[in-house]
Design a protein around this ligand. Structure first.
Ligand code: ADP
Ligand code: NA
Length: 330
């Protein structure tokens, strides 16, 4: 029996992915390799919907791919590649754009939010059609399942609508993908503002644990995390968001249940929890950091792995694109 196809991607990130990306996404991506047919993409075409420095973007894409590999993405079991190396993404996006309603695209709340934030000057047509490119990413691989957070749910709905519309207009072509919520999906919050999710666009650097940071900095950030005026280590998202976040990180990094961890710190102060969590995270990230830097020190090897990935991806994507072209009359 065939394994379900899972598509997921991240934008190339300036220097380093963060602990939320790692515990919330990469760990799941790695685990999925045992049961699905995974397609993992560094979505650099999406990245240029916001102005980028070209040399930096190129470097960021490599660093992001290196981090996928270092986290345990196996290029044999997964299809790991950089989006711009597979031209079919842009080609299918064009076709899908021609069956997307202008008003339909205009209803995407992420576009509305981003265009508000960036202002008229920086709001490009590319930003507007971003979800159409995302639909192409997914549909090119006959994807069955797409891990999505709340922010991408509307885009996946659009993808499903476009797939269905194309199929009814031109004949069965696309697999209609479904949203997939991993059983173990940790959501990590900012260490300084536990009401906000940990994000590369965080307000303060202190709340963001970057995976490739020096371990001393990582430890310091965790030990300086905001908590509350009580002293009791207890999981309570509402009343104790800081401590709860630390317990979530602890659970995700150790694989232990929250209750076990909370029980261990009963009657002990927050200091012990933070210190031991800092040690745990640093230890957990150590092999990841080492492997990432090894890969970055060996550009030929990284290029080789990415070329293999792009070739695997292209083969599959070209097959679907050829059918689409045939259907539309090319
Ligand atoms: P960012 O919010 O830093 O811009 P992205 O939106 O690029 O991160 O997310 C890339 C992946 O990492 C997605 O799969 C997303 O769900 C996951 N992710 C990002 N931030 C977190 C977080 N704080 N907790 C859990 N998962 C996260
Ligand atoms: Na984001």
């Amino acid at each position: 029996t065939e394994r379900p196809v899972v598509f997921s991607g991240m934008q190339p990130s300036s220097d380093s992915l963060h602990l939320g990306n790692y515990l919330g996404a990469l760990v799941n991506w790695v685990a999925l390799q045992d049961t699905v047919d995974p397609i993992y993409c560094v979505v650099d075409l999406h990245a240029i919907t916001v102005a980028q420095d070209p040399a930096k973007l190129r470097e960021s894409s490599r660093r992001t791919a290196a981090q996928y590999l270092a986290a345990g993405i196996d290029p044999e079991r997964s299809t790991l590649f950089v989006q711009s190396q597979v031209p079919a993404h842009a080609e299918l996006a064009w076709v899908l754009g021609t069956i997307t309603g202008f008003g339909e695209a205009g209803r995407m709340t992420q576009f509305k939010d981003k265009s508000q934030r960036y202002g008229a000057e920086s709001t490009t047509v590319g930003l507007f059609t971003y979800p159409v490119l995302m639909a192409a990413d997914i549909l090119l691989y006959e994807t069955n399942l797409v891990p999505v957070g709340d922010d991408q749910r509307q885009h996946l709905e659009l993808t499903r609508d476009l797939a269905g519309r194309f199929n009814s207009r031109y004949g069965e072509t696309f697999v209609i993908p479904e949203a997939y919520i991993p059983e173990t999906s940790a959501r990590i919050y900012d260490l300084q503002d536990p009401s906000a999710k940990m994000s590369k666009s965080a307000a303060s650097e202190a709340g963001l644990v970057r995976l490739l940071d020096d371990p001393k900095i990582t430890a310091k950030k965790i030990k300086s995390a905001v908590t509350d005026a009580e002293r009791e280590v207890r999981y309570d998202r509402q009343a104790k968001p800081g401590i709860s976040n630390l317990l979530d990180i602890y659970a995700a990094a150790s694989g232990e249940p929250i209750e076990t961890i909370a029980a261990r710190y009963e009657g002990r102060g927050y200091g012990d929890l933070k210190k031991e969590l800092a040690e745990l995270v640093v230890e957990r990230l150590e092999p990841f950091r080492t492997r990432t830097f090894e890969l970055l020190d060996d550009p030929a090897e990284l290029d080789r792995l990415l070329a293999i990935g792009a070739e695997k991806a292209s083969e599959r994507a070209e097959r679907v694109l050829a059918q689409v072209y045939e259907r539309v009359g090319f």
